[in-house]
Every structure is written in structure tokens, then in C-alpha cells.
Write a new protein. Structure first.
Length: 170
């Protein structure tokens, strides 16, 4: 996550008040925020804006957040992007389904908006490290040993990540 380039977030939620609250918290923290009202729009917009993080409500019209997550993961722009799922209820089967669909994190609606900001900040930094790792030869951060092993190189000679989160450490 480059300090000079704002992180782009895509939020999909059919609840206008929740959408506004989440958008305000993230925009206030310096993120560039795009919003949509359903899962179908989220899948479409993800390919267009190539966000650094996606936030999906579990229950939405036209396409649920879980199905949208699955579809986003099929896109080139969505393979490594962190996806935070939000729900208004404590639904264990939905949580399991969300992780099976490729969600990176799960939270209940109504949590302190500042916590959403921090989760997004953490997930975005981690994703930046992973993207840098995928581009760099042969690895990065905690992925250093496994990536080096997969490419046959030494972990000690592996390229280091330049994201602020990792600070180039292994």
C-alpha cells in the first residue's frame, strides 16, 4: 500500500444507512470509496475499479454477498483482493459459507466503524504484500519460505516486500 496512493474500497450493501455509515468511516480515514446496492453490481464494479478491498453484505438482492464473493474470486482483479463480509446476525452457516466462497474476514454489522477501518487497513496492507510477492521473484514476508521452496530458490535470497505493513522483513 503506497502512502501516496489512496486505497480504493468497494462496498456493497442494500441497507442505505449501513452503506452510508461504512462509507463515511472509510472516506474519513482517507480511503477512496465506491458503493453499490447489491451483489450483482459489486461483481461488475470490482472489475471496473479494481479495489484494494471489498466489503460485502451477506444478504442482498439479486446476488447474495456470498455468491458475489465467489464471482469476484473468479475475476483476475478479485483473486487476491481482501473481501470482508458483513452480516446483521450471528449466522454460523453463513460464516462458513462465506469463508468457503473465498472471504478473507467476517464481521457483524453494528460494530464500531473505526474497527471496520482498521480491519480494512490491515487486510489491504496484507494484500499489498501478497501482490508484491506474486510480482517479485520469488517471495515476500511470511510467504518467503513457501514461495522460495516452490520456485527452487533460497529464502535468504528472496526479494523483500516493500509494503509499509511488512517493511521488507521476513
Amino acid at each position: 500500500m503506497d502512502k501516496n496512493v489512496p486505497t480504493t474500497i468497494l462496498i456493497a450493501d442494500d441497507d442505505p444507512s449501513q452503506l452510508l455509515l461504512t462509507e463515511a468511516a472509510l472516506a474519513g480515514a482517507g480511503f477512496v470509496v465506491h458503493t453499490v446496492a447489491d451483489g450483482d453490481e459489486a461483481v461488475q464494479r470490482c472489475g471496473e475499479v479494481q479495489p484494494d478491498c471489498v466489503i460485502l453484505d451477506v444478504n442482498m438482492p439479486r446476488l447474495s454477498g456470498i455468491d458475489a464473493c465467489r464471482e469476484i474470486r473468479k475475476q483476475a482483479a478479485g483473486r487476491l483482493v481482501p473481501i470482508l463480509m458483513l452480516t446483521g446476525r450471528n449466522d454460523l452457516p453463513a460464516i462458513s459459507d462465506a469463508y468457503a466462497a473465498g472471504a478473507s474476514d467476517f464481521a457483524q454489522k453494528g460494530m464500531n466503524p473505526r474497527l471496520v477501518v482498521e480491519r480494512v487497513r490491515f487486510r489491504s496492507a496484507t494484500a499489498t504484500c501478497r501482490r508484491n510477492s506474486a510480482r517479485a521473484a520469488p517471495s515476500c514476508c511470511s510467504h518467503r519460505a513457501s514461495r522460495a521452496s516452490a520456485t527452487g530458490s533460497s529464502p535468504s535470497t528472496a526479494a523483500r516486500c516493500t509494503s509499509r505493513r511488512c517493511s521488507g522483513s521476513s
